[in-house]
Design a protein around this ligand. Structure first.
Ligand SMILES: Nc1nc2c(ncn2[C@@H]2O[C@H](COP(=O)(O)OP(=O)(O)OP(=O)(O)O)[C@@H](O)[C@H]2O)c(=O)[nH]1
Length: 386
């Protein structure tokens, strides 16, 4: 299956929710319009591309200073469908339906007016885009189109364009530096998916030829340490641990020493996520940073905040909190599979502009994908792949 297919399959229930909402808005107050018959399409929608997307690559950047990740096999187009498909006439019907046209050459269109804009705003707010972003997106969609008749397909394309425009500047793979070891501190509330994400990252970096060390810095939870060890085993990466209740900073220091001695490329440090006692957590994170700076004044090179998409708008306050507790340099959004809250990512991008390095779309080791704004926008709005 193409990457988009997998993304759309796994990523969100939101697309169907938004899709249905958009359909309903256009139906409500829309009228059927006759399509010009057999004439060239006046506004051709992009034909479904022959799915020649590259295979998922690790969410890491290629920098001139860093050895490039192992090259992935060249992009393979999806196997072409065998010529058992429907005849051209039937194909045109399917395409017509995809384009929002009804059988019989008609399409429902609705005039973009205040009522429709208000319904769109409400739909986007309900899809977790947040009020400010929803208002801005709908205003941009309406610009130059007020009073014009639009079909669902046209609305979806406009929305996808706006979403992609917001997301493009933040879609940045984790930068890789020549500095060894590159220290990546991973923060986030308990249960957000830190451990799983570290396991997935470790596995992808290893597959890209990097030497990785993991430090199990949540020393207060034996279960968290054990879980990380399981992920480390799966990824084939050593996991440094310390006795339960011991000082995470001391473990981070030892891990740094080991990573340096081993010539590791990356050191991934897990941290505790207990927000119940914010002052303690702040002190704990600050101490880890102080200690590793003794070994490398530039460390940590990245502070990844892991967020759970299913928490919806709560992710906003988590970013605010962790920005106060640490020097967050980028985000990983987990659990985008099976949530109707994918829109939160748009809200976060619009509000904070923090790089989104990767997204989690499942519990398996390879369920961490680089963030692709166009695919995301298309999946969110219910369009086909770009
Ligand atoms: N569906 C889905 N589940 C995920 C994803 N990422 C993590 N999970 C699940 O979320 C749960 C919590 O993930 P953890 O990695 O343990 O989260 P954590 O932040 O390390 O949590 P603590 O160990 O409690 O600090 C686990 O059951 C994971 O399998 C994802 O992208 N999709």
């Amino acid at each position: 299956m193409s990457l988009f297919g997998k993304l759309k399959d796994k990523l969100f229930k939101s697309s169907s929710k938004l899709e249905e909402g958009l359909d309903a808005i256009v139906e409500d107050g829309g009228t059927e319009e006759q399509q010009p018959e057999a004439a060239p399409d006046p506004d051709p929608a992009p034909a479904p591309a022959p799915a020649a997307k590259p295979a998922p690559t690790p969410p890491v950047a290629k920098t001139p200073t860093a050895p490039a990740p192992a090259p992935k096999p060249a992009a393979q187009p999806d196997p072409a469908p065998t010529p058992t498909g429907p005849p051209p006439a039937e194909n045109a019907g399917i395409l017509g339906r995809l384009l929002g046209r009804q059988q019989g050459g008609t399409v429902v269109k609705r005039t973009l007016d205040d009522d429709m804009l208000e319904q769109l705003e409400e739909l986007l707010i309900a899809a977790d885009l947040g009020v400010d972003t929803a208002l801005r997106v709908t205003a941009n969609m309406a610009e130059g189109r007020f009073g014009k008749k639009l079909s669902t397909q046209e609305i979806k394309e406009l929305l996808a364009q706006e979403v992609a425009r917001i997301m493009e500047p933040v879609a940045k793979p984790l930068p890789l530096y020549a500095k060894k070891p590159q220290v990546v501190l991973v923060v986030g509330v308990n249960g957000s998916g830190k451990t799983t994400t570290i396991g997935k990252l470790a596995s992808q970096f290893r597959a890209a030829g990097k030497k990785v060390v993991i430090a199990a810095g949540d020393t207060f939870r034996a279960a968290a340490v054990e879980q990380l060890q399981v992920w480390g085993d799966r990824a084939g990466v050593p996991v440094l641990t310390a006795p339960e209740g011991s000082d995470p900073a001391s473990l981070a220091f030892d891990a740094m020493t080991r990573a340096q001695a081993d010539g590791a490329d990356l050191l991934l440090i897990d941290t505790a996520g207990r927000l119940q006692n914010r002052a303690d957590l702040m002190e704990e994170l600050a101490k880890i940073v102080r200690v590793i700076k003794k070994k490398d004044p530039d460390a940590p090179h990245n502070t990844l905040l892991v967020l759970d998409a299913t928490t919806g708008q709560n992710a906003i306050s988590q970013v605010e909190t962790f920005q106060k507790l640490s020097d967050v340099s980028g985000l990983v959004m987990t659990k985008l599979d099976g949530t109707a809250k994918g829109g939160i990512l748009v809200s976060l991008a619009d509000r904070f502009g923090l790089p989104i390095h990767a997204i989690g779309v499942g519990e398996q080791i390879d369920d961490l994908a680089p963030f692709d704004p166009e695919d995301f926008a298309a999946a969110l709005t219910g369009l086909g792949p770009k």
